[in-house]
Design a protein around this ligand. Structure first.
Ligand SMILES: [Mg+2]
Length: 306
């Protein structure tokens, strides 16, 4: 539904000259003066869908609500400026849940220097809903987008993938510092943050860039959580399948030229590792490549085992 609705919105609400990047990327880019741009992202999370207050503290859900938005700013290589929080709270425990949501956001807000500058609170008989909007400043090279990958570019990824449902999907660590550093020191052609899954989000970069992508399967960094989940369900997906399909890793996928890729891999010194997992190619589509170099079409949704 969302994909179809986004396509409709893109037609119905086309970008104007002030809106440099409109609907369909990780965040919008609005030109402020003649050279500066602000980056805007918003995300709504609902109890029972994105978190479950019967098993998860509201503070942890609050952390996630701000974290996923900061992750979208990271995808644009933007510096967070402020957050705006709107809450719909269940009538019977509005005060408690509301305060916990904000407490969960406060730590992250401080850590990323993204003050909560406003918002709205309503009470109703439905479940808790939290919407966060963030604004950020684009770097000197402008905002990073999904659409700049070129055939021959390397696919680099931060971190490791899979099994986030064990808890990492709530404890989001947005890659804001990593993105800013990469974007200021290197020429990055395209980025996206991995919310829906490594394979599907990579396919989105390829689609926006009008090229294809090949994933080298034995180079995909598999998180220990992916191994743990695979072990729990003997006949379920493999750790690699979890890594490609689970989503909510909130890591970054980057497109860079081979020269920049070599520089990044040899110079990178931040704690979060960066790995090369494949390359963008001319031919439209998504493929996996095994150790022998054999390519097989890879369905972006083929790893959705939900
Ligand atoms: Mg995103």
């Amino acid at each position: 539904v969302e994909r179809e609705f986004i396509h409709w919105l893109q037609q119905r609400l086309p970008a104007t000259s002030r809106i440099q990047v409109g609907i369909g990327d990780d965040a919008a880019v609005v030109q402020v003066g003649s050279c500066e741009s602000i980056v805007v992202a918003t995300d709504m999370l609902m109890d029972g869908v994105h978190f479950d207050l019967s098993t998860c503290a509201a503070a942890r859900a609050g952390h996630k609500a701000l974290g996923v938005n900061l992750s979208d700013l990271a995808a644009m290589a933007a510096t967070p400026l402020a957050a705006f929080v709107s809450l719909a709270l269940p009538r019977d425990k509005a005060r408690d849940v509301g305060r916990q949501f904000i407490e969960g956001m406060a730590l992250l807000s401080g850590e990323y220097d993204c003050p909560i500058a406003g918002g709205d609170t309503n009470v109703w008989s439905g479940p808790a809903v939290v919407n966060v909007a963030v604004i950020g400043a684009a770097g000197p090279r402008g905002a990073a987008t999904r659409s700049g990958a070129r055939p021959g570019d390397w696919i680099l990824v931060t971190g490791a993938y899979g099994g986030s449902m064990l808890g990492r999907h709530l404890d989001v660590t947005p890659r804001v510092r990593e993105a800013r550093r990469l974007h200021s020191e290197y020429e990055i052609h395209a980025t996206i943050d991995v919310s829906d899954g490594l394979a599907i989000d990579l396919s989105r970069v390829a689609e926006a860039s009008e090229c294809g992508a090949v994933v080298k399967l034995d180079e995909v960094p598999i998180h220990s959580d992916a191994h743990e989940v695979a072990q729990r369900f003997a006949n379920g997906p493999s750790p690699l399948e979890h890594a490609l399909g689970d989503g909510e890793d909130f890591e970054l996928i980057l497109a860079v030229s081979p020269e920049e890729g070599r520089r990044i891999l040899s110079e990178w010194s931040l704690e979060v590792p960066i790995a090369r997992v494949g390359e963008f190619v001319q031919e439209i589509g998504l493929w996996s490549e095994d150790a022998s170099g054999k390519r097989t079409p890879l369905s972006p949704a083929g790893f959705e085992h939900k």
